[in-house]
Design a protein around this ligand. Structure first.
Ligand SMILES: *Cc1c(COP(=O)(O)O)cnc(C)c1O
Length: 395
C-alpha cells in the first residue's frame, strides 16, 4: 500500500528530534554532525537561541497579514539587504524555485516594457539547477527531472558552463538575459571562473541583456561573501536567493537594480505568503548574524580550514577522492566510488552530507560551524576514507 507521505524521496531511516549548533540528535538518542544543513539551508545551525526566540516572539504577535498591507519586518529586511548589496529593491517569496522563476519573469518584463517585446529567451547552463516548477525545470534542462511532465516550457537555451564562446553564439534577437549560478550547487560544486563571469557581464552589456544570478545555494554568505558573484568583482542586474536566508524558515528573495525592479508595477507579480512577518523575523536574525562585522571573513577562514583538510584527504586517499571543489563553506569532493557509498560510510561515522551531480559529495555545514566541529568532521571523513580505501584495495 502506498505510504500516506508521498514516496517521492529516498529518505534515510533517521528521524531527528532536536539539534544544537551543527549537531542533530535522533529520537533514539544518537547524535550526528550535520554537514548537510538541510541542503545548505540551516545557516545558523540548529536551536539557534536568537533565531528560535525571534520566531516564537513574532508568532505570538502576528504571523501573517498578506501583502495587502505594509509589513514593517519586510521593509526592514529589504532595507538591510539593499544596504548590504548591489540591489536597489527586493521581492520576497517562499522558495528557491519561486525566486528563480520571479527573476526570469522580471528579466522578461524589463526587456518587454523596456522597448524589446520580442526578447523573452534566457540563456542557461548545462549542470544547472533552478528548481522544480514547470518553468524552472525547463531552465534546468535535466532530462531526468523533465521526464513525463509534458512539453518543456519554451524560452530557455542551454549552453555549456564556463564557455563564453557558446554563450555569445547562443545570443539571438529574442534573447532577454542570462541566468547562471556562480557556483553550481546541485550540479556538483563547479565554480564559474572569474573570467567566465566577467565575460558574461561584458556580453550582457554589449547586447543589452540582463544578467541574473541564481544564488539560492551559493548566496547569503555561504562562500564568504553575501553573494558569490561578488568574488568575480561584477555587478549583477538581478539575484535570486533562498535556502540559507531564513535559517531553515522557508523563504526566498529576488534582489534587483532599479532598471529591472521598476517594471514590477502593482499587479504584475505576487505571492500570498511571501515576506510575511514570521519569515521576515527569521531572516532579520540571519542578517544580524551574517552581517555582523567579521562574520563573512570568518566563513572564509573556516572554509579554508575545511578545504585544506579535504585537500589532504584527496592526497592521502586517491582511490576514494579525486578532487575537491567549491568555495568557503560550500565544499565538494568528487569521489572515485559512487558518491552514495561515500555518503553511507560518512553516515556510519556520524557525519551527515549531501550528494551532488558529477559523483560529488557535498559538505555544507551551518555557517556558524566552529573550528572544532570542522576538525571532528575531517577526522570522520578520514576514518570513512580509510575504510573505503581498504574496500577498494581488496577489489
Ligand atoms: C535548491 C535550489 C533551487 C530550488 O530551491 P527550492 O527551494 O527547492 O525551490 C534553485 N536554485 C538553486 C541553485 C538551488 O540550489
Amino acid at each position: 500500500m502506498i505510504p500516506a507521505l508521498m514516496p517521492n524521496y529516498n529518505r534515510a531511516d533517521l528521524a531527528f528530534e532536536r539539534g544544537e549548533g551543527a549537531w542533530l540528535y535522533t529520537v533514539d538518542g544518537r547524535r550526528f554532525l550535520d554537514f548537510g544543513s538541510g541542503i545548505a539551508t540551516a545557516s545558523l545551525g540548529h536551536g539557534h537561541p536568537q533565531l528560535s526566540e525571534a520566531i516564537a516572539q513574532q508568532a505570538k504577535r502576528v504571523m501573517h497579514v498578506s501583502n495587502l498591507y505594509r509589513i514593517p519586518e519586510a521593509e526592514r529586511l529589504a532595507d538591510r539587504l539593499v544596504a548590504a548589496s548591489f540591489a536597489d529593491s527586493v521581492f520576497f517569496c517562499n522558495s528557491g524555485a519561486e525566486a528563480c522563476e520571479g527573476m526570469v519573469k522580471m528579466i522578461r518584463r524589463a526587456a518587454h516594457d523596456g522597448g524589446h517585446p520580442e526578447r523573452y529567451r534566457m540563456i542557461t547552463f548545462e549542470g544547472a539547477f533552478h528548481g522544480r516548477t514547470l518553468g524552472m525545470l525547463a531552465a534546468t534542462g535535466n532530462e531526468k527531472y523533465l521526464h513525463g511532465f509534458g512539453p518543456k516550457v519554451e524560452g530557455f537555451d542551454q549552453v555549456p558552463y564556463n564557455n563564453l564562446n557558446a554563450v555569445r553564439a547562443a545570443i539571438g534577437p529574442e534573447t532577454a538575459g542570462v541566468m547562471v549560478e556562480a557556483v553550481q550547487g546541485e550540479g556538483g560544486l563547479r565554480e564559474g571562473t572569474p573570467e567566465f563571469l566577467r565575460g558574461l557581464r561584458a556580453a550582457c552589456d554589449e547586447f543589452g541583456l540582463l544578467l541574473g544570478f541564481d544564488e539560492v545555494q551559493c548566496g547569503m554568505g555561504r562562500t564568504g561573501k553575501l553573494f558569490a558573484c561578488e568574488w568575480a568583482g561584477i555587478t549583477p542586474d538581478v539575484v535570486a536567493t533562498a535556502k540559507g536566508i531564513g535559517g531553515g524558515f522557508p523563504m526566498g528573495a529576488v534582489l534587483a537594480r532599479e532598471h529591472v525592479a521598476k517594471y514590477l508595477v502593482p499587479g504584475s507579480h505576487g505571492t500570498t505568503f511571501g515576506g510575511n512577518p514570521l519569515a521576515c523575523a527569521a531572516a532579520n536574525v540571519v542578517l544580524d548574524v551574517i552581517l555582523a562585522p567579521g562574520f563573512l571573513e570568518s566563513v572564509t577562514v573556516r572554509g579554508a580550514r575545511l578545504a585544506a583538510g579535504l585537500d589532504a584527504l584527496v592526497a592521502d586517499f586517491p582511490s576514494v577522492f579525486e578532487t575537491r571543489r567549491g568555495r568557503g563553506l560550500l565544499q565538494g569532493m568528487r569521489c572515485v566510488p559512487p558518491a552514495g557509498s561515500v555518503q553511507a560510510a560518512l553516515l556510519a561515522e556520524g557525519l551527515l552530507s549531501v550528494t551532488a551531480g558529477e559523483n560529488v559529495i557535498r559538505l555544507v555545514p551551518p555557517l556558524i560551524v566552529p573550528e572544532d566541529d570542522i576538525d571532528t568532521a575531517l577526522a570522520m571523513l578520514r576514518r570513512a576514507a580509510a575504510s573505503l580505501a581498504g574496500t577498494e584495495a581488496r577489489k
